[in-house]
Structure formats: C-alpha cells, structure tokens
Design a protein around this ligand. Structure first.
Ligand code: BF8
Length: 635
C-alpha cells in the first residue's frame, strides 16, 4: 500500500527513510498483524478477572469470565469510545467557558470579547437577556450557562435543545436519549459499561447515543465561545502543505485543538519586539507560524495562518529540518513527536497541565498569563532557530492555495447577497431544482491504515461531478486543502454544471470575481456544529426534519474516539454517515446490524461502512436520491 497521495508527505517520508528516522508508517508496519480480537471488538479489559477474548469463529470461548458475550463486549467498547470522545470535546469546551467567564470578570485580560454580535446571538438563543445590558454582564451569564451544562441538570442540555429541530428533540425524548449534563453523561457511560452493570447491547448503544448528543453540545459550546473570544470566521485565502515552512523565518507549528493557545501565539508572533528578536537571531523574514490539525484550522480561518499538515502526517513538519518549535496543547498529538524532535534542533513544547510529553519543554499556559507564556514559547523557538543545521533542511516546495473560514454566518451572509430578503432561498431553490443534488459533510482524520488522502480525493471527485455540495471540517479539510480542492479553480475543474453555476453565482455576488471554492471549509472538528446549524436552518425553513434532507456525512479515514462520538451524533441527527475504515464492531452481528440498519428506524441516520471510495460515493449518491424522492424532488 502506498503511504500517501500527498507528494509533500512522500518527500518527507523519503527523508526519514534516508536518515533512519522511524515514523507512524514504520510503527504501524511493526504492529502487523494487529490483534484480531481487538480489531473486531472482542477483547475486554474492564475487570481484573480478564483480559477476556471471544473467538469470532465460534470454536473457542463465547463468553468472558463474567458471562459477557460478544454483543455486550462490542457495545461496551463503542460506548466507552463515545464517552472518551465526549470527555475530550467537553474538556475543550469547559476550558473555553472558564476563559469566557474569567474574561468577563477581568481575570483574563489577554482574552477580550472580540465578537459582541456573536455573544448577543448566542445569548438570545439560550435565553440570556441582552437588551440594555453591559457586554460583560451578558458574557458572565453565557459562561455560567455553559458551565452549568457539565453537571447534572433537571433539563436537557441547552446547547442541544436550542440548536436542533423540534422533530429531533421529540425523537430524542421518545427514545430517552436526552443528555442533561456533559460530564455527568460521560460518568454515566463509564458506570453502565463497568463490570456487571448494563448487559443489554441495544440499551448500551442507546446510552452511547445519549452520550454522543452531549458531545454535540460540547462541540457547539466550543465553537460559539471561540467565535465570541476570537471572532467569527469569514472566508480568507491562505496556503496549505509543507511548502508553507519558510527557511528564512523562525518556524513555529501550533498543533492540537484549542484556540486559547494558538490564537495568542499568533497574536504575540506579530509583536514588533518578537519579530526584531527573530531577525537579530538571523531569521531575515521574522516569524512564521504554521498550523497542524484542528488548532491549525482555527487560526487558518481567523488569521490566514497556513496549514502545514494534519493528523497522520504530523511528524513530517519536523522532518523538514526547518521547524524550530512544535507547540502543542491537547488531543491528536503523537507522543512520537518528541522522539523525532530529538533528531533535530526542534523544540517540542507542551503547554497544558493534563498533556505533558517526556523530553518536551513544558511552558505552562494559563488564562492569567497567556501572552507572557506565548512570549516565552516564541523566545524558546528563536533560541532553537540559532541551532538549526542547514544540512538537514529539506522543505518540499509543495503547497496549494486554500480558501478557509466558511462559518454559518459567512455562508448565510454570502447567500444573502444573492437574496437580501430571504437568504436561504437561493440554497433551497437550487436543492429543489437539482442544481445542488445534495450536501455531504466530510469530517474526521487521516489514518495510517489507508493511503493518506486517497479516500478523500476519490470520493470528492465522484460527488461533485454529481453536483453534491461539499462541506469539510477537521483533518478532512486539511486533506482537501493540501490537494487544492479549496479553490475556485477546483470548482471550475471538477464541479458538475449545476453545482458550478450555483458556486459561480454566489461567488460573484460575494465579490470573489469567480466561483466559491469547491469545498466550503467550516473549521475544526468541534465546528461540525456549524454544519448542523446550516442544516437545521434549511430543515426549519422547509418545515421538515433533518432525517428527510438530502444531506449525508462521511469520515473516509477516521481514527479517534472523538470521531466515533461525532459519527454517532451525526447518525442520531438523522444523517446517513459513511466510514471508510471498519470500526471494531464486526465481532457482534447484533451491534453491526443495529448501527448499519436498525438505528435508521429510530433516528433516520445510520452508518454506511465502505472502504472503497468510489463505491462509498455511489452509496452516498443513492442515499441522496432516496431522500430527494422522499421530498418529492427529482432524483
Ligand atoms: O479533532 S480530524 S485527527 S485533529 S480527531 Fe484529530 Fe481526527 Fe484530525 Fe481534530 Ni478531529
């Protein structure tokens, strides 16, 4: 199997092979064959009478020591993955909410409220009084409401209840999957999956749905507060891929998830004193910040920061020999980075008390001293720059232009330039007319188990040829950005005639002088909430529920537990959701059946597992056709 379709990644891998540095691909090869019990979900370590394994071929044991069978083991495993994902997005969101609160009471001076309009819009939506009130008072109430979401409440989570359709809420109530606290439902999931609690696979899976809906609320809180503190994104042009590293600048990569770190690093890197110090150290072009993974998306869409790479290829940024500091917060950061950094002058810098990595420098980052910490981080990078080995520099001269920053507000804003009175009308009219056949949200990661980006690039070509509008978040957007799909040129080259005409009309009305890019970049993984907002607005306008719309989702190369949580709430929201990698469920026929079929009867959404990208695109197109017929539209 080829390791990647990205020539910059391949060039960096070659460099690693030449110098004997091991990367994720080598570590994966060393794991082959991977454990078949784990791959099918038939391994349980939930108690110390284990570990227990079930023989998927039916010859060996069919129960663990406690009597848990394959269905229980697999359902518990999925449920725990959703809980871990929810805890991650929830942790990120809580961090944002605490910072908003501190900002409002004057204890986080580096985090002023930058987007009052967004603050007021969120406040209005969640029932916080806005009229004649000081911005800080509103922010305190919004932050308090957000923090209340984490422990057990009497009522459903506000960030879920106020952002979904009425039909969805009724469905969630009907199946008793309404979460009332983000942290509390994570705790409940851990409780019900521990030794000797829930042994009903369907009940366990419904518990996973409940937890996943809390994940959705956490994502939405994170998006809202990021916009309030750092500004709501608008389309902006930047570049993506390893060629964005600059040999004449101090290169600093921000990697992880929370803009609380990356946005401040970007701000401080613009300070004259910092730039002068970099120049004095010999970096004639000053400081160059580049993004990796989701925090890269955050600063890409707000500050034009170029995206170096993402996900599975994160090590390649260090392999350029020109990275002076890899600055990380939390989530999706390979511990291997600090081993590779050791082979170069690169400083690996951790910043969060919950995410330390051996051999990294730890510069703690807190709301009270954010800019000061950022100055220390950048100074450390400048010192490292002085130790660069020119013989080790190998920056592939490869990068693509990329438009980023299509927030819900930006999309609606662009549409309203076409129709001032009724901004959603152009979108809906074109869906009805078939110029937009359907919508596909691409989300999730890159995995070492698939040739990097191969599924993304093959699927998108099939879908857009058939006039499917593409939204993307997380490392999915990274994949499209690195391959040049986030450009008007890609629209001209790949879009079907109907889609092209729509993207041209909106792009021209928005003053771009050409079509909108082929992929609308909606941000990081928590920003999947933005895609829900657009979909809910369309559903409400049409007077139908989400499970009737010709909207689908795809994670062609999923990796993380967060992706499992997002996929689960996408399905519960009514979206048929494609996975390009088989999750660890095949050990249970019951669980596999529920996730790919039975769940459709409950929520309308379901998982489509298809590793072949062309077949996956065909499957999504036929789902869109079915939905269109359901709405009485031409298919
Ligand atoms: O939250 S897409 S590898 S970076 S999990 Fe991670 Fe997957 Fe990337 Fe962002 Ni999302």
């Amino acid at each position: 199997m080829e390791k990647s379709t990205d020539s910059a990644t391949l060039s960096a891998i070659k460099e690693a092979e030449k110098t004997g540095i091991k990367t994720v691909w080598d570590r994966y090869a060393a794991q082959i064959p991977q454990c078949g019990f784990g791959e099918t979900g038939l391994c349980c370590r939930n108690c110390m009478q284990g570990p227990c394994r079930i023989d998927p071929f039916g010859e060996g044991p069919q129960m663990g020591v406690c009597g848990a069978n394959a269905d229980i083991m697999v359902a518990r495993g999925i449920s725990r993955a959703v809980a871990a994902g929810t805890a991650s997005h929830g942790g990120h969101a809580k961090h944002m909410a605490h910072t908003l609160f501190k900002s409002a009471i004057g204890e986080a001076p580096d985090y002023p409220i930058r987007d009052e309009a967004k603050l007021k819009a969120v406040a209005n939506r969640i029932g916080v009084k806005v009229d004649n009130r000081d911005v800080r008072a509103i922010a305190i109430d919004v932050a308090k409401k957000a923090l209340e979401e984490f422990s057990e409440k009497e009522s459903p989570l506000t960030w879920a209840a106020t952002t979904m359709t009425k039909g969805r809420i009724d469905t969630f109530l009907k199946y008793n999957v309404v979460p009332t606290g983000i942290d509390s439902v994570v705790a409940e999931s851990m409780h019900r999956t521990t030794y000797g609690v829930d042994a009903d696979p369907v009940n366990l899976l419904l518990g996973a749905v409940k937890c996943a809906l809390a994940d959705y609320a956490g994502c939405h809180i994170a998006t809202d507060i990021a916009d309030i503190l750092f500004g709501t994104p608008h389309p902006t042009l930047t570049r993506a891929n390893l060629g964005v590293l600059n040999k004449d600048a101090v290169n600093i990569a921000v990697h992880g998830h929370n803009p609380l770190l990356s946005d401040i690093v970007v701000q401080v890197a613009g300070e004259k004193d910092m730039i002068d110090r970099a120049k004095t150290a010999g970096a004639s072009e000053g400081i160059n910040i580049v993004g990796v993974c989701c925090t890269g998306n955050e600063v890409m869409m707000r500050h034009k920061i170029p995206l170096a790479t993402s996900s599975v290829s994160q090590e390649t940024v260090i392999l350029t020999g020109a990275l002076d500091a890899m600055v990380v917060d939390y989530q999706c950061i390979m511990p291997a980075l600090s081993n590779i950094a050791e082979c170069y002058h690169t400083k690996m810098i951790t910043t969060m008390p919950i995410a330390k990595i051996p051999k990294a420098v730890h510069i703690e980052f807190s709301e009270a001293n954010a800019k000061e910490s950022a100055r220390r981080i950048i100074s450390t990078a400048i010192e490292a720059f002085k130790k660069r080995d020119p013989n080790k520099i190998n920056i592939p001269d490869i990068s693509s232009a990329a438009f980023a920053g299509f927030s819900t507000e930006a999309i609606i804003g662009a549409l309203s330039l076409v129709n001032k009175e009724d901004s959603l009308k152009p979108l809906i009219d074109n869906i009805v007319a078939g110029n937009i056949y359907g919508v596909c949200l691409f989300a999730g990661c890159n995995t070492v188990k698939v040739t990097q980006d191969a599924n993304y690039t093959a699927m998108i070509k099939e879908l857009v040829k058939n006039n499917v509008l593409i939204l993307a978040t997380g490392c999915a957007s990274g994949a499209f950005a690195r391959h040049g799909f986030m450009t008007p040129e890609a629209t001209e080259k790949y879009a079907g005639n109907g889609l092209k005409a729509v993207l041209k009309a909106v792009g021209q009305a928005a003053g771009l002088g050409g079509p909108l890019p082929l992929v609308l970049h909606m941000g990081s993984c928590v920003d999947n909430s933005r895609a829900v907002d657009v979909t809910v607005a369309v559903a409400n306008k049409l007077g139908v529920d989400l499970n009737m719309l010709p909207v689908v989702a795809s994670a062609p190369e999923p990796v993380t537990e967060k992706a499992v949580a997002i996929g689960t709430w996408a399905v519960a929201s009514g979206l048929p959701t494609h996975l390009g990698v088989v999750p660890p469920v095949l050990g249970s026929k019951t669980v596999t059946q529920v996730l790919t079929s039975t769940v459709k009867e409950l929520f309308g959404g379901y998982f489509i597992v298809e590793p072949d990208p062309v077949k996956a695109a065909e499957a999504l197109l036929s789902v869109i056709a079915e939905r269109r017929r359901g709405l009485g539209l031409s298919a």
